[in-house]
Design a protein around this ligand. Structure first.
Ligand code: SF4
Ligand code: SF4
Length: 385
């Protein structure tokens, strides 16, 4: 289980789709941060995962530095791995070099081309942010080519989606996580535009795979995997408070990132870092979120669907088990499109596709290949992503 540390709720941006709009408030103390890491060491048998999150975590670089140092010399002797999710505005060369030295995976949010990004991702003063963030993405990719990029699609930016993905891949992005703003007001018209864009993306996915380019495009990869690795996909699906716990600045625990702004008096608080996890509260939330979803029982796609994501359901419908029609339609479209891609590439016996989806050793083989080709420098071998 990994721990996501919401270092504060402050941010230097003001994205209009932010599910936890920035606000002033306490910054996590080093004592709380250290206690989270102690909990991670107590909870995990082996490696301990820590994610620095916000608001914007790079507003608190000194705290990140001191907690990384604590993890690197943790009394338990257990290895820690770190990740930071940033909007990129404060991602300077010094921090990138520091992240490389300490093996911190740095994930950056960027919504694609300038019109797609600036439509919603604005600086705190209301100005566009693309011109500020793009050079930082380029610097990050130079240092760590497999750094994840998070892209959010809104109804009004759907028309830019395929151009945005092609643009980012053209810059050298290899690891793209794309998700919808499910809470937005999607209409039949905007959804049709989205479908049209996904058809274009399917053609690009086929083209790039046939060109033997290495990349990860989350919407298709996840659905391809849900078909190919059906037997273990169930285990991979999101379950509240099972694989990760969120910690707010005061040290209170929540079952996922979306709940961390709800506060310790809410029904979503499952303990605090000093007293530990309240198992009764955790079990109550888990059991509640695992109920069969109305309308899904007889759906042939049920076992492959993202309908188990309780925080997403809660964010969009106000209920852990009620599925938003947007999610349902998106899942159906993704599975249909991904299956067509998979059928074509399988029939061709495309080596890149077969390696990626049928060879469990692919990540390691791929890393060795990249080292040989110099895509990743040997000095970083101790910190592979
Ligand atoms: S950068 Fe992230 S935390 Fe800040 S306003 Fe945007 S979505 Fe919210
Ligand atoms: S596709 Fe729709 S009906 Fe089918 S399992 Fe998913 S949410 Fe339920």
């Amino acid at each position: 289980m990994h721990f996501t540390l919401h270092l504060s709720s402050a941010c230097n941006m003001k994205c209009d789709y932010c599910y936890a709009p920035p606000r002033d408030g306490a910054v996590m103390t080093e004592t709380v941060g250290r206690r989270v890491m102690d909990m991670a060491a107590e909870t995990n048998e082996n490696s301990c995962g820590i994610v620095f999150f916000g608001g914007e975590p790079l507003l608190h670089k000194n705290l990140v530095h001191s907690l990384v140092e604590y993890g690197e010399h943790h009394p338990s002797g257990k290895p820690f791995h770190f990740k930071v999710t940033t909007n990129g505005v404060l991602l300077d060369d010094d921090f990138i070099a520091y992240a490389v030295r300490h093996g911190i995976v740095t994930a950056l949010s960027l919504d694609g081309t300038a019109p797609a990004h600036d439509a919603h991702r604005r600086l705190a003063n209301g100005m566009p942010s693309w011109d500020r963030v793009l050079p930082r993405l380029k610097a990050l990719l130079t240092a760590r080519p497999y750094s994840p990029v998070f892209t959010t699609v809104n109804p009004d930016t759907a028309p830019y989606l395929s151009d945005s993905v092609a643009f980012l891949m053209g810059l050298g992005v290899k690891y793209m996580i794309v998700s919808l703003n499910y809470a937005a007001d999607w209409t039949d018209k905007t959804f049709r535009i989205l479908e049209r864009e996904y058809k274009k993306l399917a053609a690009l996915y086929l083209q790039w795979t046939r060109e033997e380019r290495k990349f990860y495009f989350s919407p298709f990869e996840v659905k391809l995997s849900s078909h190919i690795n059906r037997h273990c996909y169930q285990k991979e699906r999101c379950e509240l408070a099972k694989k990760q716990v969120s910690v707010d600045a005061g040290g209170f625990l929540y079952p996922c990132v979306q709940f961390a702004s709800m506060g310790p008096d809410s029904a979503w608080c499952i303990g605090n870092v000093f007293d530990g996890i309240n198992e009764a509260a955790r079990t109550r939330i888990q059991q509640e979120s695992m109920q069969e979803k109305a309308g899904c029982q007889d759906c042939a796609l049920n076992a492959r669907c993202n309908n188990t994501c309780g925080c997403l359901n809660w964010q969009t419908t106000g209920d852990l088990n009620t599925i938003s029609p947007v999610l349902c339609r998106y899942e159906q479209m993704l599975m249909k499109t991904s299956d067509r891609i998979g059928e074509k590439l399988y029939r061709e016996r495309n080596p890149q596709f077969l390696q990626k989806h049928y060879n469990e050793a692919y990540p390691y083989l791929s890393l060795i290949e990249d080292l040989e080709k110099g895509v990743i420098q040997a000095a970083r071998m101790t910190n592979p992503e």
